[in-house]
Design a protein around this ligand. Structure first.
Ligand SMILES: *[C@@H]1O[C@H](CO)[C@@H](O)[C@H](O)[C@H]1NC(C)=O
Ligand SMILES: *[C@@H]1O[C@H](CO)[C@@H](O)[C@H](O)[C@H]1NC(C)=O
Ligand SMILES: *[C@@H]1O[C@H](CO)[C@@H](O)[C@H](O)[C@H]1NC(C)=O
Ligand SMILES: *[C@@H]1O[C@H](CO)[C@@H](O)[C@H](O)[C@H]1NC(C)=O
Ligand SMILES: *[C@@H]1O[C@H](CO)[C@@H](O)[C@H](O)[C@H]1NC(C)=O
Ligand SMILES: *[C@@H]1O[C@H](CO)[C@@H](O)[C@H](O)[C@H]1NC(C)=O
Ligand SMILES: *[C@@H]1O[C@H](CO)[C@@H](O)[C@H](O)[C@H]1NC(C)=O
Ligand SMILES: *[C@@H]1O[C@H](CO)[C@@H](O)[C@H](O)[C@H]1NC(C)=O
Length: 421
């Protein structure tokens, strides 16, 4: 009965795809007007994280992983505690790239002197080889199909190897090996990201641009920086990330700032006063990561510190000033057809989302992420063919506007918070 009440009263339904299953990092949802406090706080200094920390990775529950290049180790912290819960060092020599799938699947670059990328299991005191490479992996990434990518800055290319295949010898994903600025070439690539269309994005540092390579295509397209007019001028971008709405965020090593984008285009969001060491400045920041709240952690290299820019406003200034109750829960897909997707919580609360040609973006996202079906490509037929649907947890946020009769405790959700829209 409660189901019907809820369905009638909800005004908006936001779905955040697992921050769906496969994606082990945070992709927060921001508004065009979102701001971060311009003055960062220092999360870790030289004594805590070493003099030249390189790559920072934050998982879904805010476990913080940092490669400490000079100390030849990777350290791990959990939220709110400055004593590392884990240090990985045996056999590592100046590690750089890092990607964490789960706490027993930590992938670490060990290529500069040892020619390999390693996977560290939980409690293991050493890593196992997952890729043999001939130059350091400045960045690592694993796509949803379990392919491991390494950006080899010194070799001007990105290489990849399917994990679980047993093979450790990579093939070229982008770049030709020579430094250059043509569509098929890269120059000193650093940060990489692969989206769920298997499009590869590369922070092409020495070309001052961000390239995107559609799956299996050798020619890239410039999406920001030199060659993409109307975007933003970049100086050696080294880190990239997309938010929940697929807007690009960039850390600019050469420009010592962090760039964000939204519906309104690109803008500087941190370190906007130019290089320096004050709380509002960065000096050659190398990589960054969002925590689950949307705060930005950045490895501020020359200042030998990890800075944290707190999210200060993230209100999308909707038209209403009503009180709203927001309830967030995890649901599983229990049924799907060409016409609808049915979701349920562990406590058996269910909801049905219709699939139409103008479905809400979140429904399209479910099709894409959970079923690998592109509704625009008339592939809906696939939904019928798959006999067994895999379990695909989805985080659902219901917003009830002016619904005083609904108390969070009355509905069978996992957590609830009161928010004003
Ligand atoms: C690093 O931070 C710790 C704790 O805040 C402090 O005790 C220490 O003096 C700092 N070290 C340096 C080199 O600034
Ligand atoms: C995040 O990392 C911490 C530290 O390793 C770990 O305890 C936690 O289980 C991880 N969370 C997820 C979702 O993997
Ligand atoms: C890892 O070590 C912890 C503490 O020593 C232990 O509780 C846990 O079961 C171990 N996990 C694995 C997978 O070995
Ligand atoms: C990968 O490198 C290791 C040494 O680091 C070597 O023993 C192994 O044979 C290499 N594998 C392949 C397939 O080249
Ligand atoms: C996933 O990876 C395998 C190799 O491990 C490959 O054969 C397959 O084509 C990939 N799937 C997609 C959708 O790229
Ligand atoms: C994936 O491809 C589809 C159709 O080609 C497109 O509509 C969608 O925007 C793409 N998604 C991303 C993240 O590029
Ligand atoms: C990638 O492209 C090559 C030729 O350009 C083709 O032979 C190969 O089958 C393609 N691979 C995939 C997985 O599409
Ligand atoms: C890649 O771009 C070059 C021009 O930069 C063009 O000559 C070539 O045909 C393109 N290759 C493909 C496969 O589209």
């Amino acid at each position: 009965m409660i189901v019907i009440n809820i369905a009638v009263q909800y005004l908006a339904l936001f779905l955040t795809i697992n921050q769906l299953m496969g994606v082990p990092f945070n992709q927060p949802k921001f508004c065009p007007s979102t701001n971060w406090n311009p003055n960062a706080i220092t999360f870790a200094n030289t004594s805590i994280a070493g003099a030249c920390s390189n790559v920072i990775f934050i998982n879904k529950t805010n476990g913080i992983y940092i490669t400490e290049n000079c100390n030849s180790q990777v350290q791990v912290w959990v939220e709110g505690n400055m004593t590392p819960v884990r240090t990985m060092s045996f056999g590592l020599n100046q590690p750089q790239g890092l990607f964490v799938r789960t706490n027993d699947n930590v992938f670490i670059d060990n290529a500069r002197y040892n020619g390999r990328v390693e996977k560290w299991m939980l409690n293991s005191t050493f890593g196992r080889i997952v890729m043999n490479v001939t130059g350091p992996c400045y960045s690592l990434f694993i796509d949803f199909n379990s392919t491991l990518y390494c950006s080899m800055g010194t070799q001007n290319m990105v290489v990849k190897v399917p994990l679980n295949s047993g093979g450790v010898v990579p093939t070229i994903a982008a770049g030709t090996g020579g430094a250059g600025s043509s569509a098929s070439m890269l120059s000193n690539p650093h940060g990489i990201f692969v989206d769920n269309n298997l499009t590869l994005y590369v922070a092409d540092c020495s070309n001052n641009r961000i390239q995107s390579f559609a799956f299996n295509q050798t020619n890239g397209t410039t999406i920001a920086g030199t060659g993409a007019s109307g975007t933003i001028s970049l100086t050696c971008p080294t880190g990239i990330m997309f938010d929940a709405d697929e807007y690009l965020f960039i850390v600019e090593y050469g420009g010592s700032r962090i760039i964000g984008s939204s519906f309104n285009g690109f803008r500087c969001i941190a370190g906007c006063r130019g290089p320096g060491s004050s709380p509002s400045q960065l000096n050659t920041p190398y990589s960054f990561s969002f925590d689950s709240y949307g705060n930005i952690f950045v490895a501020d290299q020359t200042n030998c510190r990890i800075q944290k820019f707190l999210l200060s406003t993230n209100s999308c200034a909707e038209t209403t000033t009503s009180q709203a109750t927001t309830i967030t829960t995890t649901m599983n897909i229990i049924h799907s057809s060409k016409k609808m997707i049915q979701l349920t919580t562990p406590s058996k609360f269910t909801d049905t989302l219709p699939i139409t040609t103008n479905s809400h973006q979140s429904v399209l996202d479910i099709l894409k992420y959970c079923f690998n079906v592109d509704p625009m490509r008339k592939e809906l037929q696939k939904l019928k063919q798959k006999k067994k649907k895999k379990k695909c947890p989805v985080i659902v946020k219901y917003v009830y506007i002016d619904a005083p009769s609904i108390q969070p405790s009355e509905v069978p959700f996992l957590s609830a918070e009161e928010t004003a829209m």
